[in-house]
Design a protein around this ligand. Structure first.
Ligand code: IMP
Ligand code: MG
Length: 177
């Protein structure tokens, strides 16, 4: 099956919204050290833009790689950490930076794992939110854009590992040939 990609959220819209989110985060954390945690690979583009928009002294970053077992395109929430964080997060204020919150299955498991390590606080910032697809309740403190149930690519998001390099977000439309 072929597909086309239709532009949906422009580079400028992403930049403007990222700046707004960074200002809100800066205000909320009142100068406290923030540890930004991203789950590879999708969130990496958003993370690098968000951290540069964050005008706060003490920002550090770290990454996790997880694999989730599921059927087809649905994630199940059975998450295995394949690369863990490189720092001890006990007592830290951790902000998870995500690309998109879909069913919420993967993230809810990660939240449980990170909470069990004694963080001081744990919040989530997701560039995109598809609330219509949610099956597990996940507290989302910072949201870039709420989108309908469409498959999107670009700005880190992939379809079969491709299109992460698009500077904007596009909707994938499948065609017959
Ligand atoms: P879930 O919330 O556990 O269902 O999984 C969310 C993950 O699925 C995201 O971090 C993405 O990697 C992937 N995902 C969900 N929706 C899309 C989409 O529209 N485009 C690309 N990846 C998506
Ligand atoms: Mg992801």
């Amino acid at each position: 099956m072929g597909y086309t990609i239709t532009p949906y959220i422009t580079e400028q819209e992403i930049r403007t919204r990222t700046k707004e989110l960074a200002e809100q985060i800066k205000k909320d954390y009142e100068g406290k050290p923030i540890l930004l945690v991203s789950i590879l690979k999708g969130a990496v583009v958003f993370l690098t833009d968000l951290m540069r928009a964050l005008e706060t002294e003490d920002v550090t970053i770290d990454f996790m790689v997880v694999s989730s077992y599921g059927h087809g395109t649905e994630s199940s929430g059975h998450v295995k950490i394949t690369k863990d964080l490189s720092v001890d997060i006990a007592g830290k204020d951790v902000l998870i930076v995500e690309d998109i919150l879909d069913s919420g299955n993967t993230l809810s498991t990660i939240i449980e794992i990170l909470r069990s390590r004694g963080v001081n606080s744990l919040r989530i910032c997701s560039l995109l939110d598809k609330p219509s697809r949610r099956t597990t309740v996940v507290p989302l403190e910072y949201t870039g854009f709420v989108i309908p149930d469409k498959f999107v690519v670009g700005y880190g998001l992939d379809y079969s590992e491709k299109h992460r390099n698009l500077p904007y977000i596009g909707v994938v439309e499948f065609t017959e040939n």
